[in-house]
Design a protein around this ligand. Sequence first.
Ligand code: ATP
Ligand code: MG
Length: 175
Amino acid sequence: MRKGLIQVYTGDGKGKTTASIGLAIRAKGQGFRVCIIYFHKEPKRWKYGEYRILKKLGIDTFGFAKKHPHFYKEVKKEEIRKECLKALEFIKKIFEEGKYDLLILDEILISLREGYLKEEEILEIMDLKPKNLELVLTGRFLTKNITDKADYVTEMKKIKHPFDKGIMGRRGIEY
Ligand code: ATP
Ligand code: MG
């Protein structure tokens, strides 16, 4: 049986989500069943470049807590937490069903940073992970306990980012 580990892509530089998509494509190419769960992203609205192509490749994508408070001032914190908890239930169901070989939780560490999820809830997901499933967490936030439980922790460290000189996100590069 294949051994599944836990990976974390964190840090303030570019590349966390794109690295996880690269991994998703590699794994799919080896016949893995791959799923990406997005937190706080609304693929339909923002038309991320990867969204449709992932579908075409047969990589399943799901979104939870899609309305990011940064863009929607009216959304209530309790509502977002509720949706994040729904995501956790969904993830546990995936674990029980053994439906995937690679599961990516994109920006779940932002849910933690913003207080929508608690650290122990994420640690529980890491503990419940089936042995043969590879689990990836992304987001520019990290705790000691998550680091301790993970097998790979990679920090994308910003040396420069064009945003700092006023260059906004570019289509096909940032989304
Ligand atoms: P990418 O999706 O390009 O791999 P990321 O997942 O590492 O980036 P996030 O922290 O999720 O980056 O940031 C969301 C958006 O902000 C992305 O479009 C990303 O390219 C961009 N970004 C990444 N790092 C920075 C930074 N230091 N300053 C400003 N914008 C950034
Ligand atoms: Mg990202």
